[in-house]
Design a protein around this ligand. Structure first.
Ligand code: OAD
Length: 273
């Protein structure tokens, strides 16, 4: 059928002709790799491979396990200390999502990333669902008390563990660990996904639940474009007719897309603004 032949050319034509007005973008660590933040699961350079190598950990995802954190927060505190989280700049991919928003085409950007580079790239706050939280605040994971992130950063810098005055539990930033619930916004914004005419999935292995079930919410006739360095197992299983994969570095793929769309000038101006 015609639908089965959905191609990159159709994507460009439809975007150009304004056929897509409600674009949902699902993102992961891959879109921040070119900003200098390693992803999690890439062989050799991903955070999990690095932790395996450095500490001989069998299960490096334990760095984000709530149970482990409460017992021994040093692994996470060290990880946090090793990065200057305020120093990173958005990538071309972040700015592209920003441009979609600027053009009034962005429905919602669900991100798994905690670096908040979406906001630095000019994507409106109301359009971003930080599914795994972010580092704008801190809290006690036991009693839920809100804490000041600046104070947390001070403790980390001094190599000290900050403990809750009430329950003595170590304080953590408001990023979602394994064993914690996602922000209420995650489910509250899901209905928006049903309105998508185009879904763009970028830089994620879709290995983590429940985020990896979001693509299932796209209506059956929604066009779905995947931009990733490697194929994502989850996508063919969706069995959607209008699905394409653009394999490669997301910034390269998107840079070419912008050229094909004739949006280069507009994009330059958007970034400069
Ligand atoms: P992953 O590291 O699992 O996947 C990143 C994907 O991006 C991989 O498929 C890479 O091949 C791809 N990639 C890397 N660099 C790229 C580039 N420049 N261009 C295109 N693709 C690139 O990261 P996530 O899927 O975001 O959660 O991981 C999901 C969750 O697992 C994280 O939010 C975190 C982690 O455990 C928690 O800790 C709760």
């Amino acid at each position: 059928t015609e639908e089965m032949n959905y191609t990159a050319k159709d994507l460009v034509e439809n975007l150009k002709n304004g056929k897509y007005k409600n674009i949902t973008v699902l993102t992961g660590a891959g879109i921040s790799v070119n900003a200098g933040i390693p992803d999690f699961r890439s062989p050799k350079i991903g955070l999990y491979a690095t932790l395996k190598e450095k500490y001989g950990m069998d299960d490096p995802t334990e760095i984000f396990s709530l149970q482990r954190f409460i017992k021994d927060p040093t692994l996470f505190y060290n990880f946090f200390r090793e990065q200057d989280w305020n120093s990173y700049s958005p990538t071309l991919t972040h700015y592209f999502i920003g441009l979609l928003d600027y053009k009034g085409l962005l429905n919602v950007n669900y991100t798994q990333n905690i670096d908040a580079l979406e906001l630095k790239a000019g994507i409106s706050k109301e359009k971003v669902v930080a599914a795994h939280g972010n580092m704008s605040g801190a809290h006690c994971p036991k009693c839920g008390q809100s804490k000041n992130i600046k104070t947390f950063e001070e403790y980390v810098k001094r190599g000290k563990i900050w403990r809750c005055n009430k329950c003595k539990c170590p304080i953590k930033p408001t990023v979602v660990f394994f064993g914690e619930s996602l922000p209420t916004e995650f489910s509250e914004s899901m209905d928006k996904i049903k309105e998508s005419d185009l879904g763009i999935i970028i830089g994620t292995s879709l290995a983590v639940s429940p985020f990896n079930s979001l693509p299932e919410i796209f209506p059956r006739d929604t066009s779905i474009v995947t931009i990733n360095r490697e194929p994502i197992k989850h996508i063919p299983a969706l069995g959607r007719p209008k699905c394409i994969t653009l394999e490669g570095d997301c910034d390269d793929v998107i840079s070419n897309l912008i050229k094909d769309l004739g949006w280069e000038q507009e994009f330059k101006e958007f970034i400069a603004a």
